[in-house]
Design a protein around this ligand. Structure first.
Ligand code: KG4
Ligand code: ZN
Length: 328
Protein backbone atom coordinates (compact mmCIF):
# COMPACT_ATOMS: atom_id res chain seq x y z
CA UNK A 1 0.00 0.00 0.00
CA UNK A 2 1.28 3.49 -0.91
CA UNK A 3 0.40 6.22 1.62
CA UNK A 4 0.93 9.96 1.20
CA UNK A 5 1.26 11.66 4.61
CA UNK A 6 0.74 15.39 5.19
CA UNK A 7 1.65 17.26 8.38
CA UNK A 8 1.12 21.01 8.96
CA UNK A 9 -0.05 21.23 12.60
CA UNK A 10 2.60 23.68 13.82
CA UNK A 11 5.83 25.05 12.30
CA UNK A 12 6.99 22.10 10.20
CA UNK A 13 5.57 21.60 6.72
CA UNK A 14 6.06 17.95 5.82
CA UNK A 15 4.96 15.51 3.13
CA UNK A 16 6.00 11.85 3.05
CA UNK A 17 5.50 8.77 0.92
CA UNK A 18 5.42 5.23 2.35
CA UNK A 19 5.26 1.83 0.72
CA UNK A 20 3.94 -0.38 3.52
CA UNK A 21 6.16 0.70 6.43
CA UNK A 22 9.10 1.68 4.22
CA UNK A 23 9.78 5.39 3.84
CA UNK A 24 10.19 6.29 0.15
CA UNK A 25 10.47 10.02 0.88
CA UNK A 26 9.99 12.25 3.94
CA UNK A 27 10.51 15.95 3.19
CA UNK A 28 10.41 18.37 6.12
CA UNK A 29 10.56 22.15 5.88
CA UNK A 30 11.27 23.65 9.30
CA UNK A 31 10.09 27.26 9.46
CA UNK A 32 12.96 29.21 10.96
CA UNK A 33 10.85 32.37 10.63
CA UNK A 34 9.76 32.13 14.29
CA UNK A 35 13.24 32.06 15.86
CA UNK A 36 13.21 35.69 17.00
CA UNK A 37 9.68 35.58 18.46
CA UNK A 38 10.26 33.07 21.29
CA UNK A 39 7.44 30.86 19.96
CA UNK A 40 5.41 30.05 16.85
CA UNK A 41 3.46 32.96 15.30
CA UNK A 42 0.28 31.28 13.95
CA UNK A 43 -0.33 33.54 10.95
CA UNK A 44 3.30 33.34 9.81
CA UNK A 45 3.12 29.53 10.14
CA UNK A 46 -0.05 29.25 8.01
CA UNK A 47 1.37 31.41 5.22
CA UNK A 48 4.65 29.49 5.17
CA UNK A 49 2.73 26.17 4.91
CA UNK A 50 0.81 27.53 1.90
CA UNK A 51 4.04 28.52 0.18
CA UNK A 52 5.74 25.14 0.71
CA UNK A 53 3.18 22.34 0.68
CA UNK A 54 2.83 21.77 -3.06
CA UNK A 55 6.59 22.11 -3.56
CA UNK A 56 7.19 19.36 -0.99
CA UNK A 57 4.46 17.16 -2.48
CA UNK A 58 6.03 17.41 -5.96
CA UNK A 59 9.44 16.63 -4.43
CA UNK A 60 8.31 13.42 -2.66
CA UNK A 61 6.43 12.19 -5.74
CA UNK A 62 9.59 12.72 -7.81
CA UNK A 63 11.81 11.07 -5.18
CA UNK A 64 9.48 8.07 -4.92
CA UNK A 65 9.19 7.95 -8.73
CA UNK A 66 5.39 7.68 -8.44
CA UNK A 67 2.35 9.60 -9.70
CA UNK A 68 -0.80 10.58 -7.78
CA UNK A 69 -2.59 7.62 -9.46
CA UNK A 70 -0.31 5.25 -7.49
CA UNK A 71 -1.46 6.52 -4.06
CA UNK A 72 -3.80 4.24 -2.10
CA UNK A 73 -4.36 6.46 0.92
CA UNK A 74 -3.99 10.11 1.96
CA UNK A 75 -3.27 10.59 5.67
CA UNK A 76 -3.44 14.15 7.00
CA UNK A 77 -3.05 15.58 10.50
CA UNK A 78 -6.39 17.09 11.52
CA UNK A 79 -5.58 17.98 15.15
CA UNK A 80 -4.46 19.06 17.62
CA UNK A 81 -2.47 22.06 16.42
CA UNK A 82 -2.82 25.63 15.17
CA UNK A 83 -6.18 26.03 13.44
CA UNK A 84 -4.90 27.97 10.40
CA UNK A 85 -1.88 25.70 10.01
CA UNK A 86 -4.00 22.52 10.18
CA UNK A 87 -6.42 23.93 7.60
CA UNK A 88 -3.64 24.29 5.02
CA UNK A 89 -2.75 20.58 5.19
CA UNK A 90 -6.37 19.41 5.39
CA UNK A 91 -7.46 21.61 2.44
CA UNK A 92 -4.52 20.41 0.36
CA UNK A 93 -5.31 16.75 1.15
CA UNK A 94 -9.02 17.25 0.42
CA UNK A 95 -8.09 18.80 -2.94
CA UNK A 96 -6.15 15.65 -3.87
CA UNK A 97 -8.96 13.45 -2.51
CA UNK A 98 -11.62 15.16 -4.62
CA UNK A 99 -9.57 15.58 -7.80
CA UNK A 100 -8.01 12.10 -7.87
CA UNK A 101 -10.60 10.08 -5.89
CA UNK A 102 -7.94 8.88 -3.43
CA UNK A 103 -9.23 7.46 -0.10
CA UNK A 104 -8.43 9.78 2.82
CA UNK A 105 -8.14 9.67 6.60
CA UNK A 106 -7.60 12.27 9.31
CA UNK A 107 -4.83 11.44 11.82
CA UNK A 108 -4.44 12.65 15.39
CA UNK A 109 -1.01 14.31 15.69
CA UNK A 110 -0.10 12.39 18.87
CA UNK A 111 -1.19 9.13 17.26
CA UNK A 112 1.37 10.03 14.58
CA UNK A 113 4.15 10.55 17.14
CA UNK A 114 3.38 7.19 18.83
CA UNK A 115 3.08 5.33 15.51
CA UNK A 116 6.52 6.65 14.44
CA UNK A 117 7.99 3.81 16.49
CA UNK A 118 6.52 1.27 14.03
CA UNK A 119 8.59 2.73 11.16
CA UNK A 120 11.87 1.36 12.49
CA UNK A 121 11.09 -0.85 15.49
CA UNK A 122 8.72 -3.72 14.60
CA UNK A 123 9.79 -5.42 17.86
CA UNK A 124 8.03 -2.69 19.86
CA UNK A 125 4.79 -4.70 19.79
CA UNK A 126 1.55 -3.90 21.64
CA UNK A 127 0.88 -3.54 24.48
CA UNK A 128 3.61 -1.00 25.27
CA UNK A 129 4.15 2.15 27.28
CA UNK A 130 4.53 5.38 25.28
CA UNK A 131 6.11 8.53 26.65
CA UNK A 132 5.17 11.44 24.37
CA UNK A 133 7.50 14.38 25.03
CA UNK A 134 7.07 17.26 22.60
CA UNK A 135 6.67 21.02 22.53
CA UNK A 136 2.92 20.78 23.06
CA UNK A 137 2.46 17.53 25.00
CA UNK A 138 3.96 15.45 27.76
CA UNK A 139 2.06 12.31 28.67
CA UNK A 140 2.34 8.58 29.33
CA UNK A 141 0.02 6.18 27.52
CA UNK A 142 -0.65 2.49 27.65
CA UNK A 143 -0.91 1.48 23.97
CA UNK A 144 -3.26 -1.49 23.69
CA UNK A 145 -3.16 -1.64 19.88
CA UNK A 146 -2.49 1.01 17.20
CA UNK A 147 -4.88 3.89 17.87
CA UNK A 148 -6.17 2.50 21.20
CA UNK A 149 -4.63 4.27 24.21
CA UNK A 150 -5.21 4.78 27.92
CA UNK A 151 -3.73 7.94 29.47
CA UNK A 152 -1.69 6.99 32.54
CA UNK A 153 -0.43 10.48 33.36
CA UNK A 154 0.02 13.86 31.70
CA UNK A 155 1.45 17.26 32.48
CA UNK A 156 -0.77 19.53 34.52
CA UNK A 157 0.94 22.67 33.15
CA UNK A 158 3.87 23.05 30.71
CA UNK A 159 5.02 20.35 28.29
CA UNK A 160 8.68 19.25 28.57
CA UNK A 161 9.62 20.85 25.23
CA UNK A 162 7.80 24.03 26.21
CA UNK A 163 9.90 24.15 29.41
CA UNK A 164 13.08 23.78 27.31
CA UNK A 165 11.90 26.57 25.00
CA UNK A 166 10.86 28.97 27.81
CA UNK A 167 14.08 28.42 29.77
CA UNK A 168 16.01 28.84 26.51
CA UNK A 169 14.36 32.20 25.99
CA UNK A 170 15.46 33.28 29.51
CA UNK A 171 19.03 32.25 28.65
CA UNK A 172 19.04 34.03 25.28
CA UNK A 173 18.68 31.01 22.94
CA UNK A 174 16.55 31.23 19.79
CA UNK A 175 13.26 29.28 19.56
CA UNK A 176 13.05 26.26 19.63
CA UNK A 177 15.75 25.96 22.30
CA UNK A 178 15.78 22.26 23.29
CA UNK A 179 18.69 21.25 21.08
CA UNK A 180 20.72 24.39 21.93
CA UNK A 181 20.28 23.71 25.68
CA UNK A 182 21.37 20.11 25.21
CA UNK A 183 24.49 21.17 23.27
CA UNK A 184 25.35 23.85 25.85
CA UNK A 185 24.82 21.37 28.74
CA UNK A 186 27.34 18.95 27.16
CA UNK A 187 30.13 21.47 27.78
CA UNK A 188 29.62 20.90 31.53
CA UNK A 189 31.21 17.55 32.24
CA UNK A 190 30.96 17.41 36.07
CA UNK A 191 27.85 16.39 37.97
CA UNK A 192 25.56 19.50 37.84
CA UNK A 193 25.68 21.26 41.22
CA UNK A 194 22.57 23.46 41.08
CA UNK A 195 19.58 21.58 42.48
CA UNK A 196 16.25 22.54 40.90
CA UNK A 197 13.03 21.04 42.32
CA UNK A 198 11.20 18.03 40.87
CA UNK A 199 7.48 18.63 41.27
CA UNK A 200 5.23 15.91 42.69
CA UNK A 201 1.54 16.04 41.91
CA UNK A 202 -0.39 14.96 45.02
CA UNK A 203 -2.05 11.56 44.60
CA UNK A 204 -1.06 11.31 40.92
CA UNK A 205 2.39 9.73 40.71
CA UNK A 206 2.36 9.55 36.91
CA UNK A 207 1.43 13.22 36.30
CA UNK A 208 4.07 15.79 35.36
CA UNK A 209 4.53 19.45 36.27
CA UNK A 210 7.27 21.66 34.84
CA UNK A 211 6.11 25.20 35.59
CA UNK A 212 7.73 25.13 39.07
CA UNK A 213 11.08 24.14 37.55
CA UNK A 214 10.84 27.00 35.08
CA UNK A 215 9.95 29.46 37.87
CA UNK A 216 12.78 28.20 40.10
CA UNK A 217 15.22 28.84 37.27
CA UNK A 218 13.74 32.28 36.67
CA UNK A 219 14.32 33.26 40.34
CA UNK A 220 17.79 31.69 40.27
CA UNK A 221 18.72 33.85 37.27
CA UNK A 222 17.16 36.97 38.83
CA UNK A 223 19.70 36.74 41.68
CA UNK A 224 22.72 36.53 39.35
CA UNK A 225 24.68 39.07 37.27
CA UNK A 226 24.65 38.91 33.47
CA UNK A 227 28.37 38.07 33.64
CA UNK A 228 27.78 35.11 36.01
CA UNK A 229 25.00 33.77 33.77
CA UNK A 230 27.12 34.06 30.63
CA UNK A 231 30.11 32.32 32.25
CA UNK A 232 27.99 29.54 33.82
CA UNK A 233 25.52 28.78 31.04
CA UNK A 234 26.72 25.17 30.60
CA UNK A 235 26.28 24.50 34.35
CA UNK A 236 22.82 26.14 34.36
CA UNK A 237 21.71 24.22 31.24
CA UNK A 238 23.07 20.92 32.61
CA UNK A 239 21.33 21.44 35.98
CA UNK A 240 17.99 22.35 34.36
CA UNK A 241 18.22 19.42 31.91
CA UNK A 242 19.08 16.99 34.72
CA UNK A 243 16.06 18.11 36.78
CA UNK A 244 13.67 17.81 33.82
CA UNK A 245 15.03 14.43 32.72
CA UNK A 246 14.86 13.22 36.34
CA UNK A 247 11.10 13.86 36.37
CA UNK A 248 10.57 12.05 33.04
CA UNK A 249 12.65 9.04 34.09
CA UNK A 250 10.95 8.82 37.50
CA UNK A 251 7.50 8.60 35.91
CA UNK A 252 8.53 6.11 33.22
CA UNK A 253 10.02 3.78 35.85
CA UNK A 254 6.89 4.13 38.02
CA UNK A 255 4.61 3.47 35.04
CA UNK A 256 6.57 0.35 34.04
CA UNK A 257 6.33 -0.90 37.62
CA UNK A 258 2.59 -0.32 38.02
CA UNK A 259 1.59 -1.44 34.51
CA UNK A 260 3.96 -4.46 34.28
CA UNK A 261 4.61 -3.48 30.63
CA UNK A 262 7.92 -4.66 29.19
CA UNK A 263 8.43 -2.20 26.33
CA UNK A 264 8.53 1.60 26.30
CA UNK A 265 8.57 3.91 23.26
CA UNK A 266 9.81 7.47 23.76
CA UNK A 267 8.57 9.80 21.03
CA UNK A 268 8.18 13.52 20.22
CA UNK A 269 10.79 16.25 19.74
CA UNK A 270 12.34 15.98 23.22
CA UNK A 271 13.08 12.28 22.52
CA UNK A 272 15.98 13.59 20.33
CA UNK A 273 17.76 14.49 23.58
CA UNK A 274 20.74 12.16 24.02
CA UNK A 275 20.98 12.72 27.79
CA UNK A 276 17.33 11.63 28.13
CA UNK A 277 18.02 8.55 25.97
CA UNK A 278 21.00 7.53 28.09
CA UNK A 279 19.20 8.16 31.40
CA UNK A 280 16.20 6.07 30.32
CA UNK A 281 18.35 3.21 28.98
CA UNK A 282 20.10 3.12 32.36
CA UNK A 283 16.89 3.29 34.42
CA UNK A 284 14.45 0.86 32.82
CA UNK A 285 16.14 -2.37 33.93
CA UNK A 286 14.74 -5.42 32.11
CA UNK A 287 12.33 -3.40 29.95
CA UNK A 288 13.24 -2.56 26.34
CA UNK A 289 13.28 1.12 25.45
CA UNK A 290 12.79 2.28 21.84
CA UNK A 291 13.39 5.71 20.27
CA UNK A 292 12.65 6.80 16.69
CA UNK A 293 15.58 8.31 14.74
CA UNK A 294 15.84 12.04 15.55
CA UNK A 295 14.23 13.15 12.24
CA UNK A 296 11.24 10.93 13.10
CA UNK A 297 10.96 12.34 16.66
CA UNK A 298 10.26 15.94 15.64
CA UNK A 299 7.20 16.70 13.53
CA UNK A 300 7.23 14.87 10.19
CA UNK A 301 4.74 13.39 7.73
CA UNK A 302 6.15 9.83 7.71
CA UNK A 303 4.70 9.34 11.21
CA UNK A 304 1.30 10.60 10.00
CA UNK A 305 1.43 8.27 6.99
CA UNK A 306 2.21 5.17 9.12
CA UNK A 307 -0.56 6.07 11.59
CA UNK A 308 -3.01 6.43 8.67
CA UNK A 309 -1.84 3.13 7.15
CA UNK A 310 -2.37 1.36 10.50
CA UNK A 311 -5.89 2.86 10.72
CA UNK A 312 -6.65 1.61 7.19
CA UNK A 313 -5.37 -1.88 8.04
CA UNK A 314 -7.75 -2.01 11.02
CA UNK A 315 -10.71 -0.55 9.07
CA UNK A 316 -10.73 2.61 11.20
CA UNK A 317 -10.15 5.45 8.74
CA UNK A 318 -12.19 8.61 9.29
CA UNK A 319 -12.91 11.72 7.24
CA UNK A 320 -10.62 14.62 8.31
CA UNK A 321 -12.23 17.21 10.54
CA UNK A 322 -10.14 20.18 11.72
CA UNK A 323 -9.99 19.92 15.53
CA UNK A 324 -7.25 22.24 16.87
CA UNK A 325 -7.52 21.05 20.49
CA UNK A 326 -8.69 17.46 20.22
CA UNK A 327 -7.48 15.17 23.05
CA UNK A 328 -6.15 11.65 22.42
O1 KG4 B 1 7.45 16.99 18.39
P1 KG4 B 1 7.89 18.37 18.06
O2 KG4 B 1 8.67 18.60 16.79
O3 KG4 B 1 6.69 19.35 17.98
C1 KG4 B 1 5.53 19.25 18.77
O4 KG4 B 1 4.65 18.43 18.44
O5 KG4 B 1 5.49 19.99 19.78
O6 KG4 B 1 8.74 18.88 19.33
C2 KG4 B 1 9.36 20.13 19.34
C3 KG4 B 1 9.96 20.30 20.72
C4 KG4 B 1 10.50 21.73 20.97
O7 KG4 B 1 10.00 22.17 22.21
C5 KG4 B 1 12.01 21.53 21.01
O8 KG4 B 1 12.68 22.47 21.84
C6 KG4 B 1 12.14 20.12 21.53
O9 KG4 B 1 11.08 19.42 20.89
N1 KG4 B 1 13.43 19.50 21.21
C7 KG4 B 1 14.34 19.13 22.13
C8 KG4 B 1 15.46 18.63 21.43
N2 KG4 B 1 15.17 18.69 20.10
C9 KG4 B 1 13.92 19.22 19.98
N3 KG4 B 1 14.31 19.20 23.48
C10 KG4 B 1 15.40 18.74 24.14
N4 KG4 B 1 16.50 18.27 23.54
C11 KG4 B 1 16.59 18.18 22.18
N5 KG4 B 1 17.68 17.71 21.59
ZN1 ZN C 1 4.56 17.03 17.39
Amino acid sequence: MITLGIETSCDETSVALLRGTTILANRIYTQELHAGFGGVVPEIASRAHIRKIDVLCDAVMAQGNLTLCDIDLLAVTDGPGLAGALLVGISFALGLHCAHKIPITGVHHLDGHISAIALEHPSCTCPFLALVVSGGHTALYRVEEPGVYTVLGATIDDAAGEAFDKVGKMLGFAYPAGRAIEICARQYTDSPSITFPRARVDGRELSFSFSGLKTALKYFLAGKTAEYIEQNKPLICASFQQALIGALVHNVVAALRTSALKRVAVVGGVACNQALRTALQDAVGEAAVFFPAPQLCTDNAAMIAIAGAQMARMGRTRFPSCQPSKSL
